[in-house]
Write a protein that binds this ligand. Structure first.
Ligand code: ATP
Ligand code: MG
Length: 195
C-alpha cells in the first residue's frame, strides 16, 4: 500500500518552565534520520520579531498586550511558520497565555487552520519539579506562582490541547519530562514523530 508522505509540523506545548526548549534541543542532537531537514522555531520569538516593529522590547512583555493585539500578532506569526518548507518543523509554544482577560489560547482555531499541525506534543512534569525549575531559572523573567496555580494551569492546558487535537484531527502525545530524565523524554517524542 502506498502512503502519502507529508511534511511534519510538530507543535510542542507545555507550561512555562516544564522544559520544552531544553527537550527540543536534545531531540535535534539525538535525531537519527539524517535524510530529513529539521527546523525548530519558537512561536514566541517570531511573535516578538513582529511585535518589535510595534515598539515591544521584551519577550515576557508580549503576554501583557491586549488580547486583540495578541491575536493579530499570532496570525502574522502563523503565516510566517506556514511558509517553512523543511521536512520537519518543530514549533515551541504554549497552549495558553495568561492575560488579565483570562487564559488566551496559544493555538486558536484561526492559527491552527494556517499552520495545519500534524502532531501535538504535550510536555508535562510533576508540579513540584515545574515549580523548582521556574524558581532556579534566572535567565528568564517568569511569573512567580504557587504550586496550586501550577496545578490549575495543567488542567487548563489539557482542556486547550484536547480542543486542538479534535479540531485538527492530529494526535496529541503527552510526554513526562522527569527530573534528570531529559533523554528519555526526548526519545519518546522522536518515536512519536517517527524521526
Ligand atoms: P518557557 O515556556 O518559559 O520557555 P520551557 O518549557 O521552554 O519554558 P526550559 O527553559 O526548557 O522550559 O526549562 C526550564 C528549566 O528547567 C531550565 O533551567 C532547564 O535546564 C530545566 N530542565 C528542563 N528539563 C529538565 C529535566 N528533565 N531535568 C532537570 N532540569 C530540567
Ligand atoms: Mg522555552
Amino acid at each position: 500500500m502506498l502512503y502519502l508522505v507529508e511534511n511534519k509540523r510538530v507543535i510542542v506545548v507545555g507550561i512555562p518552565g516544564v522544559g520544552k526548549t531544553t527537550i527540543i534541543k536534545k531531540i535535534v542532537e539525538m535525531i537519527k534520520d539524517n535524510t530529513k531537514s529539521v527546523n525548530v522555531k519558537s512561536f514566541g520569538s517570531i511573535m516578538l520579531q513582529v511585535a518589535k516593529e510595534n515598539g515591544i522590547q521584551d519577550r515576557d512583555e508580549l503576554r501583557t498586550l491586549p488580547v486583540l493585539e495578541q491575536k493579530k500578532l499570532q496570525k502574522n506569526t502563523a503565516e510566517k511558520l506556514s511558509k517553512i518548507e523543511d521536512d520537519v518543523v518543530i514549533i515551541d509554544t504554549h497552549a495558553f497565555i495568561k492575560t488579565p482577560e483570562g487564559y488566551n489560547p496559544g493555538l486558536p482555531y484561526h492559527v491552527l487552520k494556517i499552520i495545519e499541525p500534524t502532531h501535538f506534543i504535550l510536555v508535562t512534569a510533576k508540579t513540584e519539579e515545574i515549580y523548582n525549575r521556574r524558581m532556579k531559572d534566572e535567565t528568564r523573567n517568569r511569573d512567580r506562582v504557587s504550586i496550586n496555580t501550577i496545578k490549575k494551569e495543567l488542567g487548563i492546558q489539557s482542556a486547550m490541547m484536547s480542543a486542538c487535537s479534535i479540531l485538527t484531527g492530529s494526535p496529541l502525545k503527552p510526554v513526562l519530562n522527569s527530573e534528570g530524565k531529559l533523554e528519555e523524554a526526548a526519545d519518546q517524542i522522536i518515536q512519536a514523530i517517527g524521526l
